[in-house]
Design a protein around this ligand. Structure first.
Ligand code: MG
Length: 256
């Protein structure tokens, strides 16, 4: 059985606790799971909790243009990059499952981007590619929400990618995943709009961890969002957007 690592609140429990979900039962953990998985004697039924984003990253490192079909459909580049294009989203952009994505007034076009998220398990600095797997704690779904018009307008991506609520994460972390080949889907109002396998990434996950950690130290709990397959499109108020990663689950959010 693949245990699921969560953050949650209940009517009585605020601020959020980390926990482990097995079947329908939640056991609170003494700390974030990457600090050591220590179960407490507090347990809850799944129906009594509210899921929050399963991480509180010190940074979110994202990869742009990491699937060939997305590069071909994109107006941001003529060809696949020679090396990973990395950018940051601020921790303040993170929201959890079922939390609302807010359309900022500054933008005319806000897109979803379904992505596989990788959560770092221990401090990673200049990690060789062949050791990169040792630094992974687990995997989750990420929606790299993007104000597409502002991305084009600014050149720099911080504003377009960095609005509050622009980083839905969840619904949980799983530890075991055949991450080199899982299906990543973006589903808008029930229609599958994006569908790509991670085997089609231009730069694979061990290479990305090595590359990023040669630039900046990755802390336990940091999140890497590994790029989106083809099929991005805008969302409008009221839309339901799901990021589905095979072997992980479905992250569901609505646009306010
Ligand atoms: Mg992206």
């Amino acid at each position: 059985m693949n245990e699921k690592y969560i953050r949650f609140t209940t009517k009585e429990v605020t601020p959020p606790l980390y926990g482990v979900l097995e079947d329908e039962k939640v056991t609170a953990l003494a700390s974030a799971p990457w600090m050591g998985i220590e179960k407490t004697d507090k347990s809850f039924d799944l129906k009594d909790i509210k899921l929050k984003a399963p991480v509180e990253p010190s940074k979110i490192v994202c990869i742009g243009l990491n699937y060939h079909a997305h590069v071909q459909a994109s107006q941001s580049a003529d060809k696949a990059p020679d090396y990973p294009l990395i950018f940051l989203k601020p921790p303040s952009s993170v929201i959890g499952p079922e939390e609302k994505i807010i359309h900022p007034q500054q933008s005319e076009r806000v897109d979803y981007e379904a992505e596989l998220g990788v959560v770092i398990g221990k401090t990673a600095r200049k990690v060789p590619e062949e050791k990169a797997g040792d630094y992974i704690f687990g995997f989750t779904c990420v929606n790299d929400v993007t104000a597409r018009d502002l991305q084009k307008k600014d050149g720099q991506w911080s504003r377009a990618k960095g609005f509050d609520t622009f980083c839905p994460v969840g619904p949980w972390l799983v530890r075991e995943l055949n991450y080199r080949d899982v299906l990543v889907e973006g589903i808008l109002n029930g229609d599958i709009k994006q569908s790509g396998r991670t085997s089609l990434m231009i730069f694979n996950i061990p290479f990305l961890i090595s590359y990023i950690s040669s630039v900046m130290t990755l802390n336990p709990g940091d999140l890497i969002s590994t790029g989106t397959p083809a099929g991005i499109a805008p969302m409008k108020p009221g839309d339901k957007i799901e990021v589905k990663v095979e072997g992980v689950g479905n992250l569901v959010n609505h646009m306010a």
